[in-house]
Design a protein around this ligand. Structure first.
Ligand code: RB5
Length: 147
């Protein structure tokens, strides 16, 4: 599975932590930046390239982190084909994939502890879309907005 990760200064520390955690778990991670901590950087500059890569199927799933995770989710969801959500609990991390085919996980680097972030990330990565008709029907109503 190809996984991309991105963060601004608010999520930089958690990105670095999660990248190492996931690499240690055997995942290949593509880092869309930031590549150093710059308090003046802007999350769209990193989250949007990642969201485009997920949308274009260059990445299977994306993880976007800013201070709260809110800006990352707002930015990612502007890209066609992206279903991103800010996740602060384990249930939503997997159910968001199973029911809603969530393809980007957004986290708050100033909100979510590293151990919780590990748990949410693994739940997100291991979950699979159910493909049930009722979920496809709901997702089609959202995808139709993008036409
Ligand atoms: C940047 O300071 C902060 O606003 C950003 O990381 C994020 O929290 C936005 O939602």
């Amino acid at each position: 599975m190809k996984i991309g990760i991105a963060a601004d200064h608010g999520g930089f520390e958690l990105k670095e932590y999660l990248k190492k955690f996931l690499e240690d778990e055997g995942y290949a991670i593509t880092d869309y930046g930031a590549y150093s901590l710059n308090p003046d950087d802007d999350y769209p500059d990193f989250v949007i390239p990642l969201a485009k890569a997920v949308s274009e199927k260059k990445m299977d799933k994306g993880i976007a982190i800013c201070g709260s995770g809110v800006g990352a989710a707002i930015a990612a969801n502007k890209i066609k084909g992206i279903r991103a959500a800010l996740i602060n609990d384990h249930f939503s991390a997997h159910q968001g994939v199973e029911d809603d085919n969530m393809n980007m996980l957004c986290l708050g680097g100033r909100v979510t502890a590293s151990s919780a972030a590990e748990e949410y990330t693994m739940a997100f990565l291991l979950a699979v879309f159910s493909g049930l008709a009722r979920h496809k029907r709901r997702l089609k109503k959202i995808a139709d907005l993008e036409k």
